[in-house]
Design a protein around this ligand. Structure first.
Ligand code: NAD
Length: 485
């Protein structure tokens, strides 16, 4: 792989132009070293106004909405093709700004490209209904794009989260204004270039970085947007939903979780360990659907603990750029603030009486690292069992009866995903029916894909991303009734 040199400064992309921002530039750090990496233009409210106006003009021109869907779909797919054609450079930049191992950056870019492929393919499949009203009428429904889609993106998967909303919005004929995350916005340059290369006209895709309380707040409260898509924390989600309510525009909120896997006494433990590796240590646990709680039958708790501690201790932790190959390794967390927050939660769990089986400490390195952590002896009242860590920290709880395991799993403000590991399909289905989450994994954490709907119950948010369900976020149903003479 050729060595990649980042630019010293990255601009925003508005109305088909790369532009500076009206706010002070943001310094983006390299989480693997703790050192500054590059500067990023930062938008103020006036820049957001300009982007929304450009998106509105493009939408009103009809250039996307009037196009035959198959053509639009091909353009959406071409964005993904561009990302794959430039994957070496993008992966290195993503690793340098987000801290993840190079192979994980490749996985993320392939995942982003997959969204453009999937929703590009869906573009021509959205069809209305004909509704029988007797011999005197013809009645049918059509789907129209909402218009300007505002999308506010988190830092944990900057490219993939952008691809998820952007691909579905463009495929259904909307224009987009994207607020990229201030901690790792740099790879968005390639999304802008990809949209241009795919033939999207000025204003169809606008990408601006900026501080959440300024640029994010201005975008979500803008009176000329038609819907908001947000992934991030609960307090920010509440602020965004409140702003959207003032303008009476819908939102899709995906707000994280405290997701639990129930491990039954008959579970295949090799299979479980593989899921734990991906479930809590992929992306250093900075995943909204991370397997952050393990609810283990007491008869196997000792063996499970031993095996997971061995897994955690087998992972080599260090700068992502030195970890090109899939394997037993993990990168940095996104920032010192997020690392210290997670380490603080582990320390408080110890004070509350939990047993730190391994990890919990920051390795003696310059970057923002936290050792893969396993906490045993967790009880459901502890902060560590209730609050999202958003780091490589697994909490182990135990149970005796199936109903107790389900009660523990559901004892959460969140309800994003859940899982069960067992060889008993009847037991798995009983658990799946009773777990209050938007997705249930049986015998493989993250079973599913771009095709399967994703979203939460309770404070994990509302609306569904991914799959065909997500197309409905971006369209309005119009009913046309015809009286015939
Ligand atoms: P955040 O919710 O504050 O930020 C997410 C995005 O929202 C960023 O682009 C940010 O600029 C923007 N934003 C912030 N304040 C805003 C406002 N008032 N109006 C509009 N947009 C605003 O999350 P964070 O501070 O980056 O991380 C804090 C916690 O959030 C994490 O510890 C984690 O628990 C959670 N989180 C969850 C996810 C997820 O995938 N569900 C992703 C990132 C963070």
């Amino acid at each position: 792989m050729p060595t990649f040199e980042p630019q010293s400064y990255y601009q925003n992309y508005v109305d088909g132009q790369f532009v500076d921002g009206g706010a002070d530039r943001i310094v983006v750090d390299n989480p693997g070293t703790g050192a500054p990496l590059a500067e990023q233009a930062s938008a103020n409210a006036a820049d957001i106004d300009a982007a929304v106006a450009a998106a509105r003009r493009c939408h009103e021109s009809g250039v996307l909405s009037a196009m035959r869907p198959v053509e639009r779909g091909r353009m959406v797919r071409a964005i993904g093709d561009y990302l794959l054609a430039n994957i070496d450079d993008i992966a290195q930049l993503l690793t340098l700004e987000a801290g993840k191992p190079l192979w994980e950056s490749v996985v993320e870019i392939e995942g982003a490209a997959r969204y453009f492929e999937y929703y590009g393919n869906q573009a021509e499949t959205l069809e209305g209904r004909s509704i029988p009203l007797g011999k005197d009428y013809y009645d049918f429904t059509t789907y129209e794009p909402r218009g300007v889609s505002a999308q506010i993106i988190p830092w944990n998967y900057p490219l993939e989260m952008t691809a998820r909303g952007m691909a579905a919005a463009l495929a259904t004929g909307n224009t987009v204004v994207i607020k990229s995350p201030e901690l790792d916005p740099l790879t968005h340059l390639y999304i802008a270039r990809a949209a241009e290369a795919a033939g999207f006209p000025p204003g169809a895709v606008n990408i601006l970085c900026g501080v959440g309380s300024e640029a994010g707040a201005a975008l979500s409260a803008h009176p000329d947007i038609d819907q908001v898509v947000f992934t991030g924390s609960v307090p920010t989600g509440v602020a965004i939903a409140t702003a959207a309510a003032q303008n009476v525009v819908p939102c899709v909120l995906e707000l994280g979780g405290k997701s639990a896997a129930i491990v039954c006494a008959d579970a295949d433990l090799d299979n479980l360990i593989d899921s734990v590796r991906w479930g809590i240590y992929f992306n250093a646990g900075q995943v909204c659907s991370a397997m952050s709680r393990l609810i283990v039958h007491e008869s196997i708790a000792g063996e499970v603990r031993e095996r997971i501690v061995a897994l955690a201790e087998s992972l080599s932790v260090g700068p992502g750029i030195d970890r090109p190959e899939f394997g037993a390794n993990m990168g940095a967390m996104i920032s010192k603030g997020q690392r210290d927050r997670a380490a603080g939660m582990v320390a408080r769990a110890r004070e509350a009486g939990a047993d730190i089986a391994t990890g919990g400490v920051a390795p003696d390195e310059a970057g923002f690292f936290l050792a893969p952590t396993v906490i045993a002896g967790v009880t459901r009242d502890m902060e560590i069992a209730r609050s999202e860590v958003f780091g490589p920290v697994l909490s182990m709880l135990t149970y005796k009866e199936e109903s107790e395991a389900i009660a523990i799993a559901n004892d959460s403000d969140y309800g994003l995903v859940g899982g069960v590991f067992t060889r008993d399909i009847d037991g798995a289905m009983r658990v799946a029916q009773r777990i209050r989450t938007g997705q249930v994994f049986v015998n493989e954490w993250y079973a599913g894909g771009v095709e399967t709907p994703f979203g939460g119950y309770k404070k994990s948010g509302y609306g569904r991303e991914k799959g065909r369900e997500a197309l409905m976020n971006y369209v309005q149903t119009k009913n046309i009734g015809i009286r015939i003479g």
